[in-house]
Design a protein around this ligand. Structure first.
Ligand code: FE2
Length: 262
């Protein structure tokens, strides 16, 4: 990582500690140049931008949204054609959606320019998604990251920070859309979010970006801990400045993540 990138992360961490310093940063910072956003109307995307926006603002995440079966099928066909890399960048590996045999490592990222998949590219540029991202971020967004990844069960059930509660500081403000590409029940590594931890953070939260399950149980009422189970093709929006985690799965899980940022 370059010195400038490291310095940028330090600055973001400093400015996001307090909500008032974050507000100042948001006023000063203009969106970086990113991929040109060309709004696309997709007939299968019919969730309500206003409703979703309100939910994210209030809770830090939205209710479930979905893409069509046709779009899901095309994305899945695409994932069968690309290479996946493990977190430590091992040899590229093909993972077949219909029969996902567990490779040696448990976490595998799609190693490709994901936007080459037309159905993903259309979703990233979807007019409703762009409306939600623009209004939530308060500025014209950039596409910060688009990725898919497979999570597989692992023998070692000890605490692994890859599956522990944390909040992200990817930018001064950012918004993610997650779409499950496999059915996700409680045993398939559902994403878990703690409601309403995206806006203000108390002293403890400011200085503890990572929390163990035990700390979460002790600090938050059960009704604030949301386990996001859903069918393949369903997903949600989330400001991952809120505490969240991906649960260690007992069954393989494939997910798409689109990240908008200022
Ligand atoms: Fe995260």
């Amino acid at each position: 990582m370059s010195i400038i990138a490291k310095l940028n992360i330090k600055l973001m961490r400093t400015f996001t500690i307090f909500s008032w310093t974050r507000k100042i940063a948001l006023k000063i910072i203009t969106s970086k140049k990113g991929l040109e956003l060309k709004s696309i109307d997709n007939s299968d995307i019919n969730y309500n931008a206003q409703k979703i926006l309100k939910e994210i603002e209030e809770n830090g995440f939205s209710s479930l949204v979905n893409i069509s079966h046709e779009r899901l099928k095309k994305i899945l066909d695409y994932t069968n054609t690309i290479d996946f890399l493990s977190v430590d960048n091992n040899i590229p590996f093909k993972i077949n959606y219909d029969n996902p045999i567990k490779p040696e490592k448990s976490l595998w990222y799609g190693n490709s320019d994901i936007l080459r998949c037309k159905e993903i590219n259309e979703l990233v540029h979807d007019s409703t998604n762009l409306e939600i991202a623009t209004k939530y971020l308060g500025k014209t967004p950039i596409i910060k990251d688009v990725r898919i990844w497979w999570s597989f069960p692992q023998e070692n059930k000890e605490y692994n920070h890859l599956y522990g509660f944390h909040y992200d500081i990817d930018s001064y403000k950012f918004l993610k859309q997650f779409i499950y590409l496999t059915d996700v029940d409680e045993k398939s590594g559902p994403h878990v979010i703690i409601s309403n931890t995206h806006k203000k953070k108390n002293f403890f939260e400011k200085y503890n970006r990572r929390l163990t399950d035990k700390q979460v149980e002790q600090r938050y009422n059960k009704d604030r801990i949301n386990i996001m189970t859903a069918k393949a093709g369903e997903g949600f929006f989330e400001d991952t400045f809120a505490y969240h985690k991906g649960t260690l799965p007992e069954k393989p899980r494939l997910i798409l993540q689109i990240e908008y940022s200022i």
